[in-house]
Design a protein around this ligand. Sequence first.
Ligand code: MLT
Length: 316
Amino acid sequence: ASEAAKPTILVAEKLGAGGVDMLKEVGTVDCSYDLSKEDLLAKISLVDAIVIRSATKVTREVFEASKGRLKVVGRAGVGIDNVDLAAASEVGCLVVNAPTANTVAAAEHGIALLCALARNVAQADSAMKAGRWERSKWVGVSMVGKTLAIMGFGKVGSEVARRARGLGMTVVAYDPYASAEKAAALGVTIVSFDEALSRGDFFSLHMPLTPNTKGMFNDEAFGKMKKGARIVNVARGGVIDDDSLVRALDSGVVAGAALDVFEIEPPAADNPLVGRPDVICTPHLGASTKEAQEEVAYEIAEAVISALNGELTPSC
Ligand code: MLT
């Protein structure tokens, strides 16, 4: 292609070098991270594609500011809840994602949090660093023989199930779209939402954030759980109603939670969950392994290039 026909691609969040190099082969790449909303609005009409992770919100205002030039939004990850899909389709902009490259990383982080939650790893570490040797305070619970309820049995949920079976857990899953046969092949039983709530000793959440899943874990859902349940969320903050979780923790229905994701990221300083000793937190690290980020960069670069060439239907 001639220089004039080359697309301009804005990489708005850190992307693996291999993916950036692929993009540079087809277009002019502008890597500008941590743009303010105003800077993004100013730049967007100058680019044909934008590549983002979860921090950049591609809102209707952004699509309008692009004045029809933006043709592709590439989400370097799975969740596309930070893109206004209705506005994208109104202006004829394709939205593509990287649907597979970080699956194992997210599942591994879920398992890491599950183990940390069962054995108070984070709390005991903090205590030791503060000079306290608290052996009886941080007695944990075992995972073997316990029931893990996987809420959302897609790619990540299935990988969590595989690993949890290896830990000797009974695994049930709730997912209205999952195949019972495929689940059975992994030793997992598909159950209703209510049955999952009543059976789980541990919960691991893996559903996308949609209008249907927003606030799904509310007072009513927590009210159906066994007392002393533990909950891991590496999906999206918005699927849990924070105030309901606070009440469930206060009443002892939920004995502990491990949260990697928050409705607002980073969470506000006065977020009622972050400072609690029965809640452990990580800053949206599910997809953040060196290996996954390299692969995600290739996967999204390929999808963006195909979309710019008009070769593809959106992958998400
Ligand atoms: C995802 O949806 O895949 C994750 O949020 C990825 C990320 O951390 O960007």
